[in-house]
Write a new protein. Sequence first.
Length: 118
Amino acid sequence: VQLQASGGGLVQAGGSLRLSCAASGRTFSGYILAWFRQPPGKERAFAAAIRWDSGRTSYADSVKGRFTISRDYAKNTLYLQMNNLEPEDTATYYCAAGVYAAGSYNYWGQGTLVTVSS
């Protein structure tokens, strides 16, 4: 399995970005896919997740109402639409995938940096 994240960049506070994660190597039925983020000097933390089959989503409180996670079956791609960005959203964003029943993420992308200026 390979996960290739892209779409990061520099944006002003209040702006928007959309991250993409191209997934390959298998079908993802039974999987959960997620975005984590790691601010400079801090631990990596959960941001959002989506069950590949049902589309059910979950979000960290810090991004709820501003970020939207989605997936495209045909393109085998995961997205994170980020609106109303804040300087506190500055981080390297990682996509991850794992078997939902296992409760853990086995596969990780390389990360894409998002910088939000005030």
